[in-house]
Design a protein around this ligand. Structure first.
Ligand code: DGL
Length: 264
């Protein structure tokens, strides 16, 4: 048993979709969430910048004695998880990547779509996943610039968000794709909208629960699951703490307290 917290981080509030799944599946785990909102969007950063930022966040979380770090960001995972594992070999890392394998298995039409940030869409990592798991499928790979910023601003239901979604979903709608992967952790908060726009015949896949299951499996293997009768939930942001409280509260539909602004 290990009652120390799990660290979870993202470029902003998107990683809360993973945080929420872990909290539901492992209600006795304490969690520290780190939102690097001062540097969002990660989807437009270089690999070198992502190494630098994620390395500093991992260092920050390790100083707070976390037992595991969940990289709750596809962009950071595909560009930096190898670097993080090498830099901090003492800590287990769990990442999140677009669910290409599941999409390839589930499609009936042979066309799959992945929505992610431009940095993930163009990454060799995603190209590798497609080559390995979907070599015989038609893949609509859409880099959705700007979408994470809408979620970050708490604008999940505005006209501007709908207009942006119209643009990014156009290649999916104009295709035979019947399965769509949400390849950015901000997008599950737009799930209802995306679903309505794509229609009933299209299924959306969000990796939050598989990631939570992986966390549980790894902790179990290491005999490191927690049994906290009163788990704690702390939040850090490099952005504005009040904005984080307001937006996170709205996305999670609960009040979010204990938010501290920090520099890294
Ligand atoms: N939530 C992040 C992801 O899963 C990235 C959003 C961003 O900062 O661009 O890719």
């Amino acid at each position: 048993m290990d009652n120390r917290p799990i660290g979870v981080f993202d470029s902003g509030v998107g990683g809360l979709s993973i945080w929420r799944a872990i909290r539901r599946m492992l209600p006795q785990e304490s969690l520290i969430f780190f939102a690097d909102s001062g540097h969002v969007p990660y989807g437009e950063k270089s690999t070198a910048e992502l190494h630098d930022l994620t390395g500093r966040i991992a260092g920050f979380l390790i100083e707070r004695d976390v037992k595991m770090i969940v990289v709750a960001c596809n962009t950071a995972t595909v560009h930096a998880i190898g670097y993080l594992r090498e830099s901090f070999p003492e800590i287990p890392f769990v990442g999140v990547v677009p669910v290409v394998k599941t999409l390839a298995r589930r499609t009936r039409t042979g066309t799959i779509a992945v929505l992610s940030t431009p940095a993930t869409a163009q990454s060799p990592y995603l190209a590798g996943l497609i080559e390995e798991f979907a070599p015989d499928k038609r893949v609509i790979n859409v880099g959705c610039d700007g979408l994470e910023n809408m979620v970050e601003a708490g604008e999940v239901g505005t006209r501007a968000t709908t207009a942006l979604l119209e643009r990014h979903l156009a290649p999916v709608r104009g295709s035979e794709a019947d399965v769509v992967g949400l390849g950015c952790t901000h997008y599950p908060f737009l799930r209802g909208r995306i679903k309505r726009m794509l229609g009933r015949g299209v299924h959306l896949y969000d990796p939050s629960r598989p990631v939570a299951r992986r966390v549980r499996q790894l902790l179990r293997e290491r005999d490191a699951l927690a049994a906290n009768p009163k788990p704690t939930y702390g939040f850090y942001t490099t952005g504005d703490a009040d904005v984080f409280k307001r937006v996170a509260g709205r996305l999670l539909r609960t009040s979010v307290r204990d938010v501290e602004r920090v520099e890294i």
